[in-house]
Design a protein around this ligand. Structure first.
Ligand SMILES: Nc1ncnc2c1ncn2[C@@H]1O[C@H](COP(=O)(O)OP(=O)(O)OP(=O)(O)O)[C@@H](O)[C@H]1O
Length: 267
């Protein structure tokens, strides 16, 4: 499995097991009647295991909705989602919650740390909730990689934004999940902290064999990925292998002529 797939044949075949997550003909509608919004329109996507995939597209194109549906945080209107070999669209809320906890890691733009817990307690929280013991060697490696060794007993309020996001990253990877979903993970970080975080995610894929899916608006962030999936109006319009920031920027420009602000003098 060397690249993302976007056709039903590719992701339904005998070797579909190589995909960490799959969406098959997924449609997501919000609202009803005249107020209906089609956020995803018949999306088919296979995300290879051991890959770093970026999801890009203009505002409102369906990026977050796609990620939330893939991660089982939102229910689809039609179609199927697989995490590994498990079809999640039919699962009860209880089973889905357990699957998310055990097999999926999340990194949100807003960190979502618990303010009363220390950095270490935040990192191991998903494991603690699941009644699982952290694998100490992995945890040690993770803590050293994100550079939090001397901050483990600080609470989030005593950490910088970049440090908090690194805690969120370590938390997402602590249980060695099958797949990590990151929604604009560098959105609240300065450029140096953002670059560190992206290197960490890249390394967790290259050296650790993890699977990372990241929604981003930033071509430089997307250039850390193996593949970029471009969405527009709820549909996949293109994929790009081995992206560079320049190529991604060029592609994004084609989407956004309507949203570029007019020069001040023209208003
Ligand atoms: N809970 C909701 N109720 C109604 N409409 C929604 C809801 N969530 C998203 N939408 C709509 O679905 C469409 C896709 O939204 P989504 O948040 O997935 O886009 P996005 O590409 O992630 O946008 P952005 O880059 O601005 O975050 C948009 O038109 C949005 O207004």
């Amino acid at each position: 499995m060397t690249t993302v797939a976007t056709t039903p044949d590719e992701i339904s075949g005998a070797d579909a097991g190589g995909y960490a997550a799959r969406a098959l003909g997924v449609t997501k509608r919000y609202g009803a009647d005249d107020a209906t919004v089609v956020a995803l329109d018949d999306v088919t996507l296979g995300l290879p295991g051991g890959h770093f995939t970026a999801i890009m597209g203009p505002s409102g194109s369906g990026k977050s909705t796609l990620m939330h549906c893939l991660a089982g945080l939102d229910r689809v209107t039609a179609g199927q989602i697989h995490i590994g070999d498990i079809e999640i669209t039919q699962l009860s809320d209880k089973v889905l919650t357990r699957l998310r906890r055990d097999r999926i890691g999340f990194i949100f733009q807003s960190f979502n740390l618990i303010p009363t817990l220390t950095a270490l307690e935040n990192i191991t929280l998903p494991l603690d909730i699941g009644g699982r013991k952290p694998q100490q060697a992995w945890l040690d490696r993770l803590i050293d990689t994100v550079g939090l060794r001397n901050r483990l007993h600080h609470r989030p309020g005593e950490l910088s934004g970049g440090q908090q996001q690194r805690v969120a990253c370590a938390r997402a990877l602590a249980s060695q999940p099958d797949i990590v979903f990151a929604d604009e993970p560098t959105g609240n970080l300065d450029s140096r902290s953002g670059a560190e975080l992206l290197s960490f995610l890249r390394d967790s894929v290259t050296s650790g064999g993890h699977t990372v899916v990241m929604v981003t608006h930033d071509p430089i962030a997307a250039a850390h990925a193996d593949d970029v999936v471009f969405l527009n109006d709820g549909r996949i319009v293109e994929t790009m292998a081995d992206p560079t920031a320049d190529r991604v920027l060029e592609r994004m420009k084609n989407f956004e002529p309507m949203t570029a602000p007019a020069p001040v003098g023209d208003r």
